[in-house]
Structure formats: structure tokens, C-alpha cells
Design a protein around this ligand. Structure first.
Ligand code: PEP
Length: 251
């Protein structure tokens, strides 16, 4: 809504071996049409970055990663640094996805580390936040979201959000087929933006707040019609080029 460019972002998670990844990326490139209204992004497994960087060359499709370590380099067996991503023209980095928070120990502090490292390397972080079903039922949704965002603001400052995006992803809606209703999502987006405006009005007005959680070709249009929903972070439906591009076409 209100002048903000849309962002349609796919999160492939840990899916697609090499050939399938190239095929999916190629299909997205083929089916994508330049749009003034919306950017198109795929966040792919890091091992495929080199292949997919080539595949996306001369296309409008942007490349993102799903996670990275905050340190420049060092004794961190198995990790990939943000500065390594930069070599592959990665423009976006997911930080704080609920799967990483829940399964891989990504605390608010680590999330802030990653967010900060991304910015330092010229990569746009997409800060993922969201409440559990239990928290929603307890009526603490907004408190949870605020504390997740505040932890990052405390580190980098509110102005840094000029080069970032937020993805609101209720945990109960991720990968479950249960989508937040457009009204539920809009309510949260609006409250969140309103709270951000108490930090900085201009930043809040310009910030892309994406919705994520079982968004698909059938429900995307009504979600994206909400004034404070500026795009989507799409898991399952981003693995089928047709579905993903249908979402893009209504953005
Ligand atoms: C996600 O992983 O960010 C996500 C929203 O997944 P899904 O679309 O499959 O619910």
C-alpha cells in the first residue's frame, strides 16, 4: 500500500538438488515479467548460489540467501559468512526465520548480529518475526513482535531499517496450510507500523512489511490487497514456478 514497492520473496528452505534448483530458477526467470510495482526475489540454499547467480544474470529476479554467520571469517566449521554471500551478488538475507529460531538456536542476539553483518556488507536483511499459537491465544502477539524488532533496533538503530524489510510470519501459519486471514494479518501489520512510527515516522512509512505463512496462488490477492501488507515471503508455493509467478502477478 501507499507508494511502497512490493516484494515477492520465495524461501526455498532446504529443498532442490542442483538440477532441480537450476530448473526452478530458470522457470522463474522465464515466467517473470518486469513490474514497476513489485520486486521478485528467490532465497536459495547457499550451495546453489554460484549456479543460480549465473542463471539470474540479465534478469530482473533478485538473489537472496536464507542464513549466514555474522563473523567475517574464522573457526566456525560448516558456516558461511555474509561477506562470502556478497561475492555471489546476493542482495537479500533472511534473518530470524522461525525455523532457525526454533531449531538452530537463533536468539534475538544472534539475529541482531546477522542483521548488522548483512547491512555492513551491503545486503538487505529481511527480519522475520512471528508469534506462536500459544502466544496469540494469550493475547501477547504484538508484545512478542515488538521485542523481536526492538532487539535489532537496539543494535543497529531505527534508521538502519531504511535498508531492510520485515516479514511477519505467524508461526502457526508456516507450512501448515492455515493462513492468517487478511484482516488478522492487516491488523498486525498496521499495529506494527504504528509502533515503528513512534520510533521514526518516515522509516515506518517506507518500510516493506511482508506477510508469510501458507501464502499461495489462491489467497495471495486478498492478502496483498491490504494497505499495510507490502509483499509476501513464500515457502511451499515458491517451489512451483507457476504458483509463485501467479502470486507475483497479483502483487
Ligand atoms: C516461510 O518459510 O517463510 C513460509 C512462509 O513458508 P510457507 O509459505 O510454506 O508457509
Amino acid at each position: 500500500g501507499t507508494g511502497r514497492k512490493r516484494l515477492i520473496a520465495g524461501n526455498w528452505k532446504m529443498n532442490c538438488q542442483r538440477a532441480a534448483a537450476l530448473e526452478l530458477a530458470s522457470s522463474v526467470v522465464e515466467l517473470s515479467q518486469a513490474s514497476e510495482n513489485a520486486d521478485l526475489l528467490i532465497c536459495v540454499p547457499s550451495i546453489h548460489l554460484a549456479d543460480i547467480e549465473k542463471c539470474l544474470q540479465d534478469s530482473q529476479v533478485k538473489l537472496g540467501a536464507q542464513d549466514a554467520h555474522w563473523a567475517e571469517s574464522g573457526a566456525y566449521t560448516g558456516e558461511t559468512s555474509v561477506s562470502m554471500l556478497e561475492d555471489y551478488r546476493v542482495q537479500y538475507l533472511l534473518v530470524g526465520h522461525s525455523e532457525r529460531r526454533e531449531m538452530f538456536g537463533d536468539s534475538d542476539e544472534r539475529v541482531a548480529n546477522k542483521f548488522e553483518a548483512a547491512l555492513k556488507n551491503g545486503i538487505k536483511p529481511i527480519l522475520c518475526i512471528g508469534e506462536s499459537l500459544e502466544q496469540r491465544e494469550q493475547g501477547v502477539t504484538l508484545d512478542v513482535l515488538k521485542s523481536q524488532v526492538q532487539a535489532v533496533i537496539d543494535r543497529v538503530g531505527i534508521k538502519a531499517f531504511e535498508n531492510a524489510a520485515i516479514a511477519y510470519e505467524p508461526i502457526w501459519a508456516i507450512g501448515t496450510g492455515v493462513t492468517a486471514t487478511p484482516e488478522q494479518a492487516q491488523e498486525v501489520h498496521e499495529q506494527l507500523r504504528h509502533w515503528l512510527a513512534t520510533h521514526d515516522q518516515a522509516i515506518a512509512d517506507g518500510l516493506q512489511i511482508l506477510y508469510g505463512g501458507s501464502m499461495n496462488a489462491a489467497n495471495a490477492e486478498t492478502l496483498l490487497a491490504q494497505p499495510d501488507i507490502d509483499g509476501g515471503l513464500i515457502g511451499g508455493a515458491s517451489l512451483k514456478a507457476d504458483d509463485f509467478m501467479k502470486i507475483y502477478s497479483v502483487a
